[in-house]
Design a protein around this ligand. Structure first.
Ligand code: ADP
Ligand code: MG
Length: 321
């Protein structure tokens, strides 16, 4: 879908921001770029919609070189959400959402329908919010509008550059949940930049860890946690530092069952197992039985474990900022 082939960016002052990037983002995938400040995330993102010209290599979208697209058409067809809230202050929320559909000359009815549908999707009652101006909304609400605006024209690709980093923790979590919901419903190809590992683990299908303009590792959240390629990744995901998983309790994340007999179909783990042991076993099996005193008490799977980890690594991975 989006393919970086030996892509480099050297800025005018000689800064090598991106160095021979080779990455392929699949159709419908939620792809997260993460790395310390200055690692080249924003530059990589902006090269996709040609806000930053490439110095070397090529980016392909659906097999076609980005240079072969009409640049305005390309940008209209790629939704873009910025870190700063960037709504037009004198326009209503509805008008803000339909900026690109307007340029594409959609009919009034179609635009209204789309705006209302999107507002409802993120819990903004259109009958209340459609006619409001941005300053009448909280920061979190405004950024929610920023996100749905990027979705309004039904573009195939959405780029998001740390869209929630300016928000308070509660709005941030709410927006992440919205985005998870949208992600599961819309299946857009999304490239999402963050430096927050918790956010990455929560949202990503795959994560690409960058450092000094280079890719360090690309993988699913599970792969990064369980098979970090080096110490940098390990530290970033909080993987194997001594204290990691110290307070892990399998009891808190297992799904309880009424049954009590351990069966032969699934591997078994004891309820007091360490996080390390659980991860070890989950690397071979998607799902495990949990036993206590020889009796089955529940099940644990990869998904629940990743979710648990994503809630408990806050702060980690940000030490390089
Ligand atoms: P990130 O988004 O990961 O923080 P950026 O892509 O913004 O990283 O920046 C990567 C590197 O390129 C940094 O060293 C940054 O200072 C440099 N850089 C970014 N934009 C410019 C620019 N317009 N001119 C010169 N250097 C830049
Ligand atoms: Mg950036």
């Amino acid at each position: 879908m989006i393919k970086f082939e030996n892509v480099s960016k050297v800025y005018g002052d000689g800064t090598v921001a991106v160095d021979s990037l080779n990455v392929e983002i699949n159709q419908g995938e939620f792809f997260v770029l993460i790395g310390p400040s200055g690692s080249g995330k924003t530059t990589s993102l902006k090269m996709i919609n040609q806000l930053v010209p490439l110095s070397d290599g090529m980016i392909y979208i659906n097999g076609k070189k980005i240079h072969d697209y009409d640049i305005y058409e390309l940008r209209w067809n790629i939704g873009y959400v910025l870190q700063q809230i960037a709504l037009f202050p004198h326009m209503t929320i509805e008008q803000n959402i339909t900026v690109v559909p307007e340029m594409k000359k959609w009919s009034k009815e179609k635009m209204k329908k789309r705006a209302y549908e999107l507002m409802e999707m993120v819990g903004l009652d259109p009958h209340i919010y459609a006619d409001r101006k941005p300053h009448q909304l909280s920061g979190g609400e405004q950024q929610r509008v920023g996100v749905i605006r990027a979705l309004a024209a039904d573009s195939e690709i959405i780029l998001m550059d740390e869209p929630f980093s300016a928000l308070d923790p509660i709005s941030r979590e709410k927006l992440q949940d919205d985005l998870l919901h949208l992600k599961n419903n819309l299946k857009k190809t999304t490239v999402f930049v963050t430096h927050d590992m918790q956010e990455a683990l929560k949202l990503a299908d795959r994560i690409c860890i960058m450092k000094d303009g280079k890719v360090v590792q690309v993988g699913t959240p599970y792969e990064l946690i369980h098979h970090p390629v080096d110490e940098f990744v390990q530290q970033f995901v909080g993987g194997k530092s001594d204290r990691f998983g110290e307070d892990f309790q399998l009891k808190k994340i297992l799904v309880r069952t009424e049954e009590t007999n351990v069966n032969d179909h699934l591997r078994v783990v004891n309820v007091s197992a360490s996080l390390h042991e659980v991860l070890e076993k989950l690397s071979e099996d998607e799902r495990l039985q949990v036993e206590e005193n020889g009796k089955l008490i529940g099940f644990i799977d990869r998904r629940a474990t990743i979710q648990y980890l994503s809630k408990n690594v806050r702060g980690r991975g940000q030490s390089n900022e």
